[in-house]
Design a protein around this ligand. Sequence first.
Ligand code: PMT
Length: 225
Amino acid sequence: ALPRDLEGRRVVVSAGGTREPLDPVRYLGNRSSGKQGYALARTAVQRGAEVTLVAAATVSLPDVAGASLVRVGTAEELREVMHRTAADADIVVMAAAVADFRPTDRATYKIKKTDRDPDPIALTRNPDILAELVQSRVNGQVIVGFAAETGDSAGDVLEHARAKLKRKGADLLVVNAVGEGKAFETEDNSGWLLSADGSERAVALSSKSHMASDIWDAIVALIEA
Ligand code: PMT
């Protein structure tokens, strides 16, 4: 049986990948399936937490029993819901893959194919939701970020991730080495857990539920410290 060590804790988990529309039928997106975020939400419910799952483009995943679900599309929508729900959460976990940029213009009608060369797509920077949540953190709240990194070696990946943890100011950063067939859309995940206090731990390749349990163990350890 799982420990009930999240009993009475209010948890918000974001999952999936945002979609940034170009026109009514097309978008810029990413390969996040939402599986890792859903596994985190499911495990938190099982460990006794009151869970809100904020899901971006995860239509094919079955709902998490016992969690309240809020669906979002764009990074702007995710931002609005995260700020609202984080305001009275004890723990916030940003597992969603958020688009860093969105098309500057959203066409009202489907963009037509013409004989001339297409116009380039102008992009506008999206806000960094995780960094904002850290800025508006309420007392004692634990904030967990993820990092999807590509690199030639574990050393490269960790170096980028340590800098990201500092820059964003989260309490814990879950680092996934991504790339061909890794982390996105798969059943298994692996990586490292980096804490703001400098402690680091590798998580061997295992199911996303197993990874979720390890992440919650690390969060509970932070709360108890
Ligand atoms: O969904 P799956 O298919 O199961 O795959 C899981 C996963 C690989 C997507 C997941 O484990 C993961 O790594 N998610 C974060 C991916 C990501 O967007 O990483 P990043 O390095 O771009 O962002 C770093 C952190 O900042 C993340 O917590 C992200 O949610 C947050 N962020 C990023 C950009 C932005 N504008 N706002 C943010 O809050």
